[in-house]
Design a protein around this ligand. Sequence first.
Ligand SMILES: [Zn+2]
Length: 272
Amino acid sequence: MYDETADAFRAFQPVTVPDSRLDSPLASEEAALDVGTNNLVACTTTTGQQLLYEGRDLFEEFRETTEQIAHYQSLLDDQRKSSNRIDRLYRKRTNRRDYAQDALVRDLVERLHDESVSTLYVGDIKDVLSTHWSPVVNEKTHNFWAFSRFIDRLESVCEEYGITVEEESEAWTSQECPECGEREETVRHRDSLTCPCGFEGHADLVASESFLRRQNNAVGSMARPVYLKWNNHEWREDHSSPSIAVETTANEEYTDQSTASSGNIAHGDSDD
Ligand SMILES: [Zn+2]
């Protein structure tokens, strides 16, 4: 009995050791995510930190492998069949995505834990898939980033760190001006969100910030965002901090609804 008490007491001690992963967060800070394709994850915390995980190169790689698969498929006599080469390409495509996704989740959750975040808000999947994107984009995004898998991983790693994941509606957050609250007249183009009131910001970061403010009204001012890029092994901070005006022609259709819905998604990508 005495030992049990001692154990319980010792087990409580690590709470005061800042480096222990098993600490429950001391402060109850919160964070919200915006999940996309150009930028896989944008995140804002109540401590004023913003994170942006860049997805362009990963998506490009995924798209190239998809084209290779289609090419080899077209060479088969019976196109309902597969080949070893095709199976290998599918596996390669999935493994690369999963590896990057798992690394992203761990990097993100470790950073949130360092900020003493105890609650993380994510958009519910219906919102994510339906709110602003055309069906064509949805299908591509869905295949590429595999939202359900992402959320599953996120929940399990958050649990490991004592962070609660809550699904909430993020409707409108990607179109709402954080300065004046305008929803109808804002323009989302590529990575930027502009408002007639003069506001201009990074669309995904703004969305995660608006989403967080909706859940928690104690959100202060923001520090400089941290940009993260995948180098095929880990997510590294990119200090060149791409401006929101950076040229993103190849992915324009993923944020610009007017071109996405006109069906010209492959235009400019074709080899012929
Ligand atoms: Zn405005």
